[in-house]
Ligand binder design. Structure first.
Ligand SMILES: Nc1ncnc2c1ncn2[C@@H]1O[C@H](COP(=O)(O)OP(=O)(O)OP(=O)(O)O)[C@@H](O)[C@H]1O
Ligand SMILES: [Mg+2]
Length: 505
């Protein structure tokens, strides 16, 4: 049993049993109490009630230090690495090898890190700086860090939420190897196919309680989602035919260089009209991020032309772009998406305080805003006590819902959605996808970037594949495209020279 200081009962009479050498899934809706339970096992939160047994013996876990000494390691939902340090420094952080008892012995640190990496078959350069690494590798560093500390039981809190399908496959290979070596893994994910693919057993949580443990091979994904959400979840939608409106976004010969001068977006051209969803699929790091930075006004260093409803983006500030009714769901909710130490209400309306609806002559229309916050919390199923609560106290998926609610409530004419349902449970993801289709039907233009191929397939009217900063293919008949075929384009194995349908003549 875990009750947080503000009275939230996050875990209630939960039972959970782990067998040595298994990969055990923990699943449940956003806010069901999964991270909390894991934090208890890792000594970060203390339970109000209940017992923990390790190898049959009753134990208490007083701190994460204590958990580590008992062979438990955890990779958190939001990474905890120090970006400015190297891989080796991060791996040995806190237990550094000393030289003459004082200084950190860097060579030894690198050697030890490389030795650990080799032992577990991780291909990592211990001397590179963490901030320069792609997410998939950062995660491997987190895992190595836990293994270096002797973790026998490894807790992975939504490890695949930030990974591309390819990175996920790599992670799975490594997790299977760890299982062979006798390690035990707790795996949290909202992606039910992943649980099917790699887990032996699954425990389902709902509203802070455990709803039973199942052998994964005996339970279908439909049954899993029903147990989690308490109703059937629709995983595919019927869309109305597209009804194209005005040109919302037009990009011509866009080239963007990264900070090192490397070309990240290479002579890209495309159009987006009101009433359609243009999906962009691609392995992360192929220019999607750079493209979105420029489209949303965060970066002005580019060549080529971008027109947003006839306005040249070059002359527009971030605020002007917002005023043109562009909504943006950023990829990284913790860095750009929200302010952790601000309330839900402030996070929901911080970008709208100067709009007519909310600002009176002198003071903000507090009552209007409070009512709106309450409505949005209900509509988007944000699990919280009140809008006064700090966003930092919400569960990962619920933070994402706050960001989506804020962006969707601005009456957007164009939405740039980057991984909109990352970390969101199946039920809430269904709602958000439905909402995106509804926006499209109401004449909003939508650019969707997502690593979730199911999502891209379900929603896109046209689907473009980006590879090394260029489009390698464009598909208008998305329904008849296979994942395999798409994968070839994403990996650069296939490429169309003439791209028909990316520009409206
Ligand atoms: N530090 C905290 N203070 C107060 N309440 C908290 C705190 N951390 C979590 N909670 C609340 O406890 C409940 C369970 O949260 P938890 O993070 O365990 O959910 P979760 O199952 O991991 O969800 P998600 O899938 O969104 O990550 C939520 O209602 C959340 O708002
Ligand atoms: Mg969580």
């Amino acid at each position: 049993m875990k009750i947080y200081a503000n009275g939230v009962v996050a875990n209630e009479d939960v039972s959970f049993e782990l067998e040595k050498g298994e990969i055990h899934a923990l699943l449940g809706e956003n806010g069901a109490g999964k991270s909390t339970l894991m934090k208890i096992l890792f000594g970060i939160e203390a339970p109000e009630q209940g017992d923990i047994f390790l190898h049959g013996e009753k134990t208490t876990i007083k701190s994460s230090q204590d958990a580590i000494s008992k062979g438990i390691g955890m990779v958190h939902q939001h990474f905890m690495l120090v970006p400015s340090l190297t891989v080796a420094e991060n791996i040995i952080l806190g237990i550094e090898p000393k030289k003459n008892g004082v200084f950190i012995n860097m060579n030894e640190a690198i050697r030890l890190s490389e030795e650990t990496a080799k032992k577990y078959n991780f291909d990592i350069d211990a001397t590179s700086k963490v901030e320069e690494l792609p997410v998939g590798i950062k995660q491997q560093v987190e895992i190595l860090k836990a293994l270096y500390r002797g973790a026998e039981i490894l807790i992975l809190d939504e490890p695949t939420a930030v990974l591309t399908p390819q990175e996920t496959d790599e992670l799975f290979v490594q997790l299977k190897k760890l299982r062979e070596l006798g390690h035990t893994i707790i795996f949290i994910s909202h992606k039910l196919d992943e649980i099917k693919a790699i887990c032996d057993r699954a425990t389902i949580m709902r509203n802070g309680k455990s709803k039973g443990t199942y052998h994964v091979k005996d339970i279908t994904t439909d049954e899993m989602s029903r147990l989690m959400v308490g109703r059937d979840v629709v995983l595919s939608f019927d869309k109305k035919p597209v009804n194209l409106g005005e040109l919302a976004l037009s990009v011509r010969n866009l080239t963007i260089k990264g900070s090192t001068g490397k070309v990240r977006v290479d002579d890209l051209s495309f159009d987006l009209k009101a009433g359609e969803i243009l999906g962009i699929a691609g392995v992360e790091g192929n220019g999607q991020g750079h493209l979105i930075e420029v489209l949303t006004g965060l970066n002005k260093h580019y060549s080529g032309d971008i027109y947003l409803f006839d306005s040249d983006v070059r002359n527009l500030g971030i605020k002007d772009i917002r005023n043109l009714k562009l909504a943006h769901i950023p990829e990284d909710r913790m860095t750009f998406g929200c302010a952790k130490n601000m309330s839900i209400l402030d996070n929901m309306f911080s970008n709208q305080y100067d709009s007519d609806e909310f600002s009176g002559k002198v003071v903000l229309k507090t009552k209007v805003i409070e009512k709106r916050a309450e409505d949005l919390i209900k509509e988007y199923l944000v699990k919280c006590k009140s809008y006064k609560q700090n966003v930092g106290m919400l569960s990962g998926g619920n933070i994402q819902k706050v960001v989506v609610a804020r962006e969707f409530s601005t009456n957007p004419k164009i939405i740039i959605a980057n991984q909109p349902t990352r970390g969101i449970d199946v039920g809430a993801a269904e709602f958000i996808r439905r909402r995106i289709i509804q926006f499209r039907d109401e004449g909003c233009a939508i650019l969707l970037v997502s690593a979730d191929l199911n999502e891209v397939f379900e929603l896109s009217d046209r689907l473009a594949v980006i590879y090394k900063g260029k489009f390698s293919g464009i598909f208008t008949d998305v329904k008849n495209l296979t994942e395999e075929e798409l994968g070839k384009y994403m990996l650069g194995l296939k490429k169309d020279e003439v791209l028909e349908g990316i520009i409206y003549e």
